[in-house]
Design a binder for this molecule. Structure first.
Ligand code: ZN
Length: 763
């Protein structure tokens, strides 16, 4: 008998109940007790959703982040949170957000750093370590949740982040090393295991996703050591890995003295049979057969034929589950009442994935006949999807076939191009510009919402957006910026906007996925061949240009970013989907050029975060991603200037690839890291124009002229002044005009001051 279990479930709720409860608690509109009431309901709903599984996982729920929960579980709470004597929840939110409701306004502390959870779009709070870090167990919350679920008759499997992955994800504030803390940490795990054993828990899911990364030798040794130490226990451990194959760590994993191993059979299918061979008969093999990172229905018949021989071999020691926690999926497809029925029939969100698991379990345990109808229906849908005209768009496929190698590069090299562009644009030395968006006021959001809901006529909506564009252009003229933008008032989100206008991509109404804390994103779904039925931005840009004699930059989201921030079809390589999007963006670029845009920016904000977890896979990804960008950008004349923008300051390791994109100008986040990015220029000479951001738009602070002059001065030591641009770190949509106007005013003054200083040198 195969057993069914799950690794984790979305916390936020079908209607984002937890998000709203958190936000009203933070705003002091509700009490701690009210917040807990919503959290209790959310957990109860999740328990109910797991009725038919052999185990229910406990400990995957979190008020903010499970890594921060782990820090609290093991007493690793930064001192700045505990200085003010207060309750644990206040301490927790201080680290999560820099403040807690009981702090009132104006006395925030530094929030914990946030970073991406492996290669997902979920962000966790980075654990902080020093040489003196001590751990102590705070098991009350976890034990209470175990009790809560056991009390209802569930077989409970607590989920705990494993000791090595916990240390691996943290950062050291002094020159100590994470592994030196292992001996202090392990006793807390043993103590916790003992407490859980006493409550009657049999199995613990110990998550060690670090095992799918390329681990340095000392970490591999530490894994062996730690799991030897953890042998002294009265519970069974399911060592749980996900997000990839085990690669070089496979032997290591098989040697660890644990009672079972879970592997991601979607991304690491090649591990399944070798692991089945390597594990002893009594060890559990848990196969993550349902994709926890995507929204597509599982091909149940295919899954079943893969699993059936294993079920024979392993009998009750075969467990089946989603590949990873379902945290990364939207909650419930049933709420999508406006989705095209054909597309909807291809999808499965978290709840539907649990239902699929149940069908698979029944087929394995009671024979395929017992679920014959479900299997037949699944087969019909999978086949229909493969043949659907939405999936296969003949014209798009022909256009991809027609791509010529010459379409991937510009006609001339950068030095030639930039000369021609200069002749056309006559920009001053150190030209000033912005990244695209201007403040999105409540009125603008309101207008967009009303239009979407059908409460505002197309004409009045367009008039409203035009007014906003006009206002933005006037502001930029007054400020004296050199290259203007239309301000992006028509866009709610840089990916969703284009997703809504491209064929082959659709949006959901409620397909929210937690990004961090109470923040959720609603990724578009790329379901079929992608094409552009009509121009998407040309009218807005043309209108903006009609208002000014200065150049207005056309503003587009690049193919790699659209891909990386969407749910992507799983029936063809991502590279191919990206190429289709690139062709669609290329058409938009050409239409912008034809309508008079002399400068076009193609944002690739998410290029870096698409990097695979394993270094071995980087070159291949970068190769197709850069090619896709170039395909989108290279159709223009030499004298049309292509900009790109990226918002991260760590790109030393992919500098080479970024140079290969061959954009005429790149603007990039730098000020937040005090120009640390520029160190990269010591070893790599970036060949084209570059605008290192001088204004940290994530902060409400208004940088003064002197500060920006200093940053540009630092930049000019590495990059010739005639290739430098002056701009903020990123778009301004989250800022207020009262911050943006003075900051940009200072930026323009800084540019003018420096122009005088340098023009002598350059001439
Ligand atoms: Zn940015």
């Amino acid at each position: 008998m195969a057993k069914l279990h799950n690794l984790g479930f979305p916390r936020i709720g079908t209607n984002r109940e937890l998000k709203f409860a958190l936000e009203s608690y933070w705003n002091n509109e509700t009490t701690e007790a009210q917040l807990h009431r919503v959290a209790d309901q959310r957990r109860q709903e999740n328990l109910d959703a797991h009725q038919y599984l052999d185990f229910v996982q406990v400990g995957d729920f979190s008020l903010y982040d499970h890594v921060l929960d782990t820090s609290f579980l093991f007493g690793n709470i930064p001192q700045r949170a505990t200085n003010k004597d207060s309750n644990v929840l206040s301490q927790y939110f201080r680290i999560a957000r820099g403040r807690s409701p009981e702090d009132g306004c104006g006395c925030s502390i530094n929030a914990g750093e946030m970073t991406k959870w492996f290669d997902t779009n979920y962000h966790y709070i980075v654990p902080e370590f020093t040489r003196n870090t001590e751990f102590s167990l705070n098991p009350a919350t976890l034990l209470a949740q175990v009790k809560e679920a056991r009390g209802q008759g569930f077989d409970v499997k607590p989920v705990i982040l494993g000791p090595l992955t916990y240390l691996y994800l943290g950062k050291h504030l002094d020159d100590g090393e994470a592994l030196s803390l292992l001996d202090k940490l392990l006793p807390c795990y043993l103590e916790l295991f003992e407490l859980l054993a006493r409550t009657g828990v049999e199995w613990i899911q110990l998550d060690e996703p670090a095992l799918v990364t390329e681990l340095p030798a000392e970490w591999r040794i530490a894994f062996k050591y730690a799991y030897q130490v953890l042998r002294e226990r009265r519970v069974k451990l399911l060592l749980t890995t996900y997000f990839g194959d085990l690669a070089a760590n496979r032997d290591l994993v098989c040697q660890l003295p644990v009672d079972g191993i879970h592997i991601d059979a979607v991304r690491g299918r090649q591990d399944v049979y070798p692991l089945a061979d390597a594990l002893s008969k009594s060890q559990v093999l848990s196969v993550g057969i349902i994709d926890g990172r995507n929204v597509w229905k599982t091909d149940l018949n295919e899954a079943l034929s893969f699993l059936a021989p294993l079920a024979k071999r392993k009998d009750q020691n075969l467990w089946i589950a989603p590949s990873c926690s379902l945290l990364h999926c939207p909650v419930d497809l049933d709420t999508e009442n406006l989705l095209d029925p054909e597309i909807k029939s291809w999808l499965a969100f978290a709840r539907q994935k649990l239902a699929e698991l149940r069908v698979l379990g029944k087929a394995l345990n009671e024979g395929a006949e017992s679920v014959a109808a479900q299997l037949a229906e699944n087969k019909r849908i999978i086949e229909k999807r493969a043949l659907s005209a939405r999936t296969n768009h003949a014209q798009v496929q022909q256009a991809v076939k027609n791509i010529q190698p010459s379409m991937y590069s510009r006609t001339s090299e950068y030095p030639d191009r930039i000369r021609q562009q200069q002749a056309l644009l006559s920009l001053p030395l150190l030209p000033t510009t912005t990244i695209g968006s201007f403040p999105q006021t409540a009125e603008i959001r309101q207008a967009r919402r009303a239009f979407r809901a059908g409460d505002m006529e197309q004409q009045s909506y367009q008039a409203r957006i035009r007014d906003e564009i006009k206002f933005c252009i006037e502001q930029q003229e007054t400020l004296g910026l050199d290259v203007l933008v239309h301000g992006e008032a028509e866009r709610n989100d840089m990916v969703e906007y284009f997703g809504g206008l491209l064929d082959g991509i659709c949006s959901t109404r409620f397909g929210w996925v937690q990004s961090y804390g109470s923040r959720c994103v609603k990724p578009p779904i790329i379901y079929g061949d992608v094409s552009r039925p009509a121009p998407m931005t040309v009218e807005w840009t043309r209108y903006a240009q009609s208002l000014t004699a200065k150049p207005v930059k056309g503003m587009l989201t690049g193919p790699v970013t659209i891909l990386n921030w969407s749910f992507v079809r799983d029936d063809q390589p991502r590279a191919k989907t990206c190429q289709q999007i690139a062709l669609a963006i290329r058409q938009e670029v050409l239409d912008l050029e034809a309508s008079g845009s002399a400068i076009i920016q193609i944002d690739e904000a998410a290029l870096r975060e698409g990097l695979p977890l394993k270094n071995r896979d980087w070159a291949e990804y970068l190769d197709w991603a850069i090619q896709a960008f170039k395909l989108s950008a290279s159709g223009v004349r030499d004298n049309t200037q292509i900009h790109t923008h990226m918002c991260y300051s760590e790109f030393n390791d992919i500098f080479n690839a970024i140079a290969k994109m061959d954009a005429d100008v790149i603007t990039i986040e730098t000020s937040r890291s005090d120009m640390a990015l520029l160190d990269a220029f010591d070893t790599f000479a970036y060949p084209n124009d570059i605008g290192p951001g001088v204004y940290d738009i994530h902060s409400p602070n208004i940088p003064d002229e002197e500060y920006m002059i200093k940053l540009i001065g630092a930049a000019s030591k590495r990059i010739p002044v005639n290739r430098l641009w002056i701009n903020p770190d990123c778009g301004l949509k989250t800022r207020r005009w009262s911050e943006v106007t003075p900051a940009l005013g200072n930026m323009v003054s800084a540019a003018r001051t420096l122009r005088e200083k340098y023009s002598a040198e350059v001439a």
